[in-house]
Design a binder for this molecule. Structure first.
Ligand SMILES: [Zn+2]
Length: 119
C-alpha cells in the first residue's frame, strides 16, 4: 500500500473540505475540531424584515451543511494524524488491518467493514 499517495489524497480532500466549510462557517477557536455556522453576509443596514428572515434561513442551511461536512473533515484529519503516528489502516474497534480495497474507496475509513456496520 502506498501510504504517500494516500496521504496526498487525504491532504487534498482536507483542503477542499476546509474551503467548503469556510464558506458556511468558522472554526471554533476553543475547539479546532468543532465548526460553527456563520450568517452569510447581508448588509445589515439595508436589511428589512424579509432579508432578516432570509438570513436566518441561511444560517440554518449553513448549520446543516456543516453538520455533514464536519465529521468528514474530522475523519480525514484523524486519518492524517494516524499516518504520522504509524497507526493508519487499523480498525478503531478491533485493531485489525482494514483491507486495501476499503481504504482505496474510503481513505479516511476508521473501521474495517465488519465493524463499520455496528457503528
Ligand atoms: Zn474491525
Amino acid at each position: 500500500m502506498d501510504i504517500q499517495k494516500i496521504k496526498i489524497k487525504l491532504e487534498k480532500e482536507l483542503v477542499l473540505l476546509e474551503e467548503e466549510m469556510h464558506e458556511v462557517g468558522r472554526k471554533n477557536p476553543s475547539n479546532p475540531k468543532k465548526w460553527e455556522p456563520v450568517e452569510t453576509d447581508l448588509n445589515a443596514d439595508m436589511a428589512d424584515g424579509d432579508e432578516i428572515a432570509d438570513e436566518m434561513e441561511n444560517f440554518s442551511e449553513n448549520e446543516s451543511i456543516l453538520s455533514k461536512l464536519e465529521p468528514q473533515y474530522n475523519d480525514v484529519k484523524d486519518a492524517l494524524e494516524k499516518i504520522e503516528k504509524g497507526t493508519y489502516g487499523k480498525c478503531e474497534i478491533g485493531g485489525e488491518n482494514i483491507t486495501q480495497a476499503r481504504l482505496k474507496a474510503n481513505p479516511s475509513a476508521r473501521t474495517c467493514v465488519k465493524h463499520s456496520k455496528k457503528v
